[in-house]
Ligand binder design. Sequence first.
Ligand code: AHR
Length: 351
Amino acid sequence: MNKFGKWSAAIAFTTLMVVTTACGGGSNTNNNAEPASTNTTTNTAQTTNSGGNSGGGESKTISLGFSQVGAESGWRTANTKSIQDTAKEVGFDLKFSDAQQKQENQIKALRSFIQQKVDVIAFSPVVESGWDTVLKEAKDAGIPVILTDRAVDSADKSLYVTFIGSDFVEEGRKAGQWLVDQYKDSAEDINIVELQGTTGSAPANDRKAGFEELIKSNSKLKVIASQTGDFTRAKGKEVMQAFLKAHKDIDVLYAHNDDMALGAIQAIEAAGLKPGVDIKIISVDAVKDGMQAASEGKINFIVECNPLLGPQLMEAVQNVVDGKPVEPRIVTIESTFTSEQAKEALPSRQY
Ligand code: AHR
């Protein structure tokens, strides 16, 4: 069994490798952390890989520069842990940098990885646009780039090897489908408020688009307010307070992640309303805290977004270094949970 054996088995249960030429449809905040340039940690594991990238059968530790979005949500914390734990397990030299949700920090980190001549760069882009220049710099330096979790909108697909992560449009569709089914017989208008993720990010753009695509089939379903909550609990609470002040007749909240939904629940309760009853709530992620709220009936429906991308990423890195083919799009298979299903799944939830 190779060093990915254990991980590959785990992946088989939760994910499917899908070949497609189209790439990417698209709080526990850490705001006091150091800027990305000084916030890079290195995994000092000295294990060597047997494939190597020297072409001469020589052993060499693979160096991987990884630029993370930040620490904005429970999902992100689980994603970071998965990447760090798996890199350690397989013996890669991981240079990890936290961008604190700022694109300029990510660009700085990528340039620093290029200077350090890492074998592979991977990153989860905070927003979709504005990456071409730095990606060209990596290409010119001969360093392959892998996207994880979020996509970029670069027209030149040769700037990166693959994009590993969820189909966010599909996640939005699943949220919309649940709502369409719930209110198919409604004679009255259903007023929806939406808490969007970080402005310009792939999950915010795509979850909104997928949701709108489905709900437009029923003219009673009306989005009366939509604003960013930046994927954080604090912002979710603040924006929901404003929604409640401005609108007395909210029927449904659609939050692009659990953390914002959890912040909004605090605002709803403070306003003397019952989350999940007076206002139905749909969210995305299915992290433990979200599943807990769902099992208590405070969130009615959660669309899963799997953060455990470490095994797939490390396997792709190894293949790239070994010169083996890598699929241009690797999609994570995900599920959905009603309150009842969340109650059942909660005890065995990993993150
Ligand atoms: O990119 C994935 C999204 O980013 C998750 O849904 C959200 O919780 C996170 O912050």
